[in-house]
Design a binder for this molecule. Sequence first.
Ligand code: NAP
Length: 336
Amino acid sequence: MKAVELRDKFGLDGLTLTDRPEPRPGTGQVLLKMRAWSLNFRDLLVAKGLYNPKLRLPFVPLSDGVGQVASLGQGVTRVKAGERVAGIFMQKWLAGEVNEAKARTSLGGGGEGMLAEYVVLHEDGVVPVPEHLTDEEAATLPCAAVTAWHALIAEGNLKAGDTVLVQGTGGVSLFALQFARLGGARVIATSSSDAKLERARVLGASDGINYKATPEWEEKARELTGGAGVDHVVEVGGAGTLAKSLRAVRMNGRISLIGILSGGTGQVNPIPILMKNVRVQGIYVGSREMFEAMNRAIALHKLRPVVDRVFAFAEIREALRHMESGAHFGKICLRI
Ligand SMILES: NC(=O)c1ccc[n+]([C@@H]2O[C@H](COP(=O)([O-])OP(=O)(O)OC[C@H]3O[C@@H](n4cnc5c(N)ncnc54)[C@H](OP(=O)(O)O)[C@@H]3O)[C@@H](O)[C@H]2O)c1
């Protein structure tokens, strides 16, 4: 079968199309014939050797993929042959709290990933995906969507009438926008592009702030909430934006700390966190239980993930370069 691996060096040029033997499912495992994948910012970091420089090569990347169950190992009862399923991000985080052992089982980071024609996973590590979605749409769910769901719904205590601020128009932020609207909240979106803000409005954002044209976007967010601040910030910027998010959030509000697009190190002034009673919650994707709850909501509301562009399986380098350019709106996918 065909697979893509980081062969013997990091960097996008290190990604190589290769032949590997087709894997066979052992006891409790399922063989998936893969149909589509989606990219996450993490995949770019993994490929460049910035996520884990000690990663052993060769290594098959990517956490997110959807496939059809092609055959079953002995004793499999959770899924049937022919079912369309996605792998869960942390193969052993099924429910409850995450711990270090579960966190080590992430696909395309802790262990090898999904970018191959056939993949074997444990039956516990897959979930059926909503039927109304295309393969590419379904492939967007395991990382970005579950992360946004975890932040706003599973741990976010989102209430109808809340105001949620989402930063940028990447994969996580657009799912957060869609889930916030599903929960009856108002959404303020920020972006570097007016054209993207227009598209965010079509998805249901009531307000858009261009963070390039208005570097004091946090003041604008306060103004848009009558001076009070927003209830919840979906923080994907990290070190470069956290101080502004602490200004944008209301007293007793919440910040879900998810990403580090503007950097991972910097100084944080802790005073506003305590003086404003702000809850800053770290979010690391989510469990299978969260994924399943999210799928029920997506199926019920016929929610459609935003797919920016679909590349061919072998065009992984071009797809990651497209992500690196920041030109995308929503998710970038691959298909075979
Ligand atoms: N903790 C977790 O479990 C988890 C899970 C998924 C992702 N993440 C992290 O979350 C971040 C976003 O991931 P993603 O996959 O959604 O990325 P993505 O799809 O590549 O999104 C990137 C977009 O973010 C916006 N952006 C970039 N720098 C920004 C800044 N300084 N301020 C505001 N917006 C900015 C840009 O949107 P515009 O073009 O509209 O400006 C850019 O297009 C990454 O750091 C990723 O590693 C973490």
